[in-house]
Ligand binder design. Structure first.
Ligand SMILES: Nc1ncnc2c1ncn2[C@@H]1O[C@H](COP(=O)(O)OP(=O)(O)OP(=O)(O)O)[C@@H](O)[C@H]1O
Length: 722
């Protein structure tokens, strides 16, 4: 008979372990190893804590004791590592329960030594005469419990009167209690808290409060069981996201979906983390092999490179070897090259399309049409909807195009675009959108061949497709992806946030064969930015309406953070030169850190070059952020707003947030000629600013010269220092 045991670690325990000295951390690892081998080893001194049969203590070393919860026969959960004195002092301080809402195990230390708020006398605020109001007096115990608050903490919650006390309590409260209390404290209405915070982590089945075996397996019990993860924790070679998912995240990762599923959510809520864990989850279910049945794709090259690095950190080479990680345009170009469908054409940037149309019209002497109009019609309608024939174009809807076209006009436009594409071909070039459209057609044909003739050697390319930054993919990209995986269970998993769409690709997924209806969820807790930064970033979005990738609307309701920091700084200058002084001054005040933790973001390349020059003049090493990310890890990173997608900094300055630059002056020409386009372009610029503002973790400064950008509300502008 085996003498071994299962020993998992509760997420809160690792935080305590990390506070120990290196030698003691090593002892914890040793202990876990020994315990798993044989919990009956007399040296471990495993014994029930007085008065409770499930809670047990065991000896880690001379000074420390492990607190364990006995789940079942040979199954244990490490819930804390404490100094030996603490463990036996007052046994009534430990409470454990299965949360009736989430079904997860919660262990609460009601009176941590040195950090106790129980019985602490809170001095009244100086000058205040009335007794402080309890923070949660408006809610009954039953209401709080219904939201999932940990029952043993209720008496302490009732005593809270200040934010400081709340923070001290939440530091060691279970995750859902923290999430709920913070949301209520922030003034989120009760019903919304239930919908946005509690419902996503509610157990799928009725909870048996005595069934600890079922409870330990639920996503709400944040544990790790695997040895490598433990070793990584002990060796400090890991980041928390690799091991402990938020219960909402874990639920989305592990769920089986009967078709394409989408996870949305504001910046920093862990969408990429969820996408990576989803890949690992799918890979674990694959039969062994050396092929790459999972595609992990995203919008651009540096994001794809980042996904590779993070997936490697998560699952090592073995996992990466089963996953094809590639950015979407490169994938399209691979498909086209493989089919030898591109010849030797060179790909040109889509930004150049209006200029190419102008040249084409000049060369061919066509004067009846405006180059700008044709460029937009070709890009947005013909390539945008992957229209392959004249008749398809005749039937196509042209939403957001401003002006309607007669049948005769459509015929003319179609003929012109055919001539234009031949003209491009003759010059040996085509655009990325054309490549995507060609790839989409090839893949759709391929899928049709797969399904029509059974026994055909053509199999779908992938078993699973996982897409990050889904908001930026075009219709052609989606059609290509749809063709790459057979429709069915867990076929496609998409993560993305339409508030962060920074390319002009608005789609309705349902019309492209990617049906996410009923399989769409949202993450709302930011792990990146402080509450202060998040509140100001949200203010930038005021008044704008965003889509949900499927024809409906989406908002950022419930988007929140548990991190705290200083309020962002807003300051104006009279000129760009003076604003550069402000930038230099601010960096100096931050101690001129040149370790890659600070970045300066501006709207244009010219302005970025000015910042680089200015920093160089001050002797600060400035590092430009190129298409593949920062060219070096250290220095002060400087780049345009587009470059900041997917990046993260400790502190950031966003400069030149001036009227005429944010949004770009160039779009004002559409205001009267094409109001819908104007609206779209303006929204895109607002999203760019939002993306930039949500990159820093701790501190944000926003500067402008002249008139501030209209996206900065008067409340933000008025916050500037005298
Ligand atoms: N469960 C977790 N535990 C610890 N850290 C986490 C967790 N989930 C996310 N994070 C951290 O939060 C930050 C943001 O995560 P991620 O990049 O996945 O967010 P995102 O929603 O994709 O953001 P964006 O939309 O801005 O690209 C990262 O630093 C990540 O490590």
């Amino acid at each position: 008979m085996s003498t071994g045991a299962t020993l998992r670690m509760l997420d809160r325990a690792d935080k305590e372990v990390m506070k120990l000295t290196r030698a003691d951390i090593g002892a914890v690892y040793e202990f876990m190893h020994k315990f798993r081998h044989n919990p009956g080893n007399p040296g471990l001194k495993l014994k029930p804590l007085h008065g409770d049969s499930r809670l047990m203590s065991a000896r880690v070393n001379q000074d420390y004791r492990a607190l364990l919860l006995h789940i079942a026969d040979r199954d244990y959960l490490l819930v804390a590592v404490k100094h030996r004195g603490e463990v036996y002092d007052d046994l009534s301080r430990y409470a454990y329960r299965i949360n009736r809402v989430t079904g997860g195990i919660e262990v609460v230390d009601l009176t941590p030594v040195g950090d106790s708020i129980v019985g602490r006398v809170v001095p009244p605020d100086a000058g205040s005469t009335s007794a402080p109001q309890p923070l949660f007096a408006a809610y009954t115990d039953a209401q709080l419990l219904e939201l999932g608050v940990a029952e043993p903490l209720l008496p302490q919650i009732r005593d809270l009167t200040t934010e400081g006390e709340l923070l001290a309590l939440l530091d060691r409260a279970p995750q859902l209690t923290t999430d709920v209390l913070f949301a209520l404290f922030d003034g989120v209405p009760y019903d919304q808290v239930r919908q946005q915070v509690t419902d996503p982590v509610r157990a799928d089945e009725p909870v048996d409060p005595e069934d600890f075996e079922a409870a330990v397996a639920r996503p709400a019990t944040q544990v790790t069981s695997d040895d490598e993860a433990l070793q990584a924790i002990i060796g400090e070679t890991f980041e928390r996201w690799q091991i402990f998912l938020h219960p909402t995240q874990r639920k989305l990762v592990e769920k089986s979906y009967n078709g394409p599923a989408r996870v949305g959510g504001g910046p920093g809520t862990g969408k990429t983390i969820v996408a990576l864990h989803r890949v690992a989850h799918l890979a674990r279910r694959l039969p062994p092999g050396t092929d790459r049945p999972i595609l992990l794709t995203t919008f651009n090259r540096n994001l794809a490179a980042d996904l590779r690095t993070r997936l490697l950190a998560l699952g090592g080479q073995e996992l990466v070897a089963r996953v094809d990680i590639v950015n979407i345009d490169r994938l399209a170009s691979r498909v086209v090259t493989e089919a030898k469908a591109g010849g030797s054409r060179r790909v040109v940037d889509d930004n150049r399309v209006p200029e190419l149309w102008t040249e084409f019209l000049l060369e061919t002497g066509e004067s009846g049409w405006d180059a700008e109009f044709l460029a937009a019609e070709w890009t947005q309608v013909i390539l945008g909807q992957v229209l392959n024939s004249r008749s398809e174009y005749f039937r196509a809807r042209r939403p957001n195009r401003g002006r309607s076209l007669t049948r005769v006009e459509r015929d003319q436009v179609w003929q012109l675009t055919e001539r234009f594409t031949s003209w491009l071909e003759a010059r040996g070039v085509w655009t990325w959108r054309q490549v995507a459209q060609r790839a989409a057609r090839l893949e759709m044909d391929r899928l049709a061949a797969t399904t029509e003739s059974s026994g055909s050697f053509r199999r779908p390319r992938y078993r699973h497709v996982v897409v990050d930054e889904a908001q930026d993919l075009s219709a052609a990209h989606w059609k290509m992806l749809r063709g790459m995986v057979a429709p069915g269970r867990d076929d496609m998993f998409l993560t993305g946030d339409t508030h962060q769409r920074i390319y002009d690709n608005q789609v309705t997924l349902g019309s492209l064969g990617v049906n996410i209806r009923g399989r769409s969820s949202r993450l709302t807790l930011s792990y990146r930015t402080t509450r202060q930064i998040l509140a100001d970033a949200l203010e930038i979005m005021t008044g704008e309406v965003y889509d949900d990738l499927d024809g409906g609307e989406e908002d950022l309701a419930g988007y929140r953070s548990l991190l705290r920091g200083g309020r962002p700084v807003f300051r104006g200058a009279v000129s760009w030169a003076q604003e550069l002084d402000l930038v230099a001054e601010h960096l100096r005040a931050w101690g001129n850190p040149a370790d890659g933790s600070v970045a300066v973001c501006v709207p244009t390349r010219e302005l970025a070059a000015d910042v680089v020059d200015r920093l160089a003049a001050d002797g600060l090493p400035a590092v430009e952020i190129g298409p593949d990310g920062p060219k070096q890890p250290d220095g002060v990173h400087v780049g345009t707003m587009h470059r900041f997608k997917g990046l993260e900094y400790q502190r950031m300055i966003i400069a030149a947030v001036s009227d005429g630059l944010v949004p770009r002056q160039a779009i004002s020409r559409y205001r009267n000629t094409d109001p819908k386009r104007y609206q779209r372009e303006r929204q895109r610029d607002r999203s760019l600013l939002f993306v930039a503002a949500t990159r820093p973790r701790d501190e944000l400064a926003v500067f402008w010269h002249g008139t501030p950008s209209p996206f900065l509300t008067s409340r933000l502008v008025q916050r500037q220092l005298p």
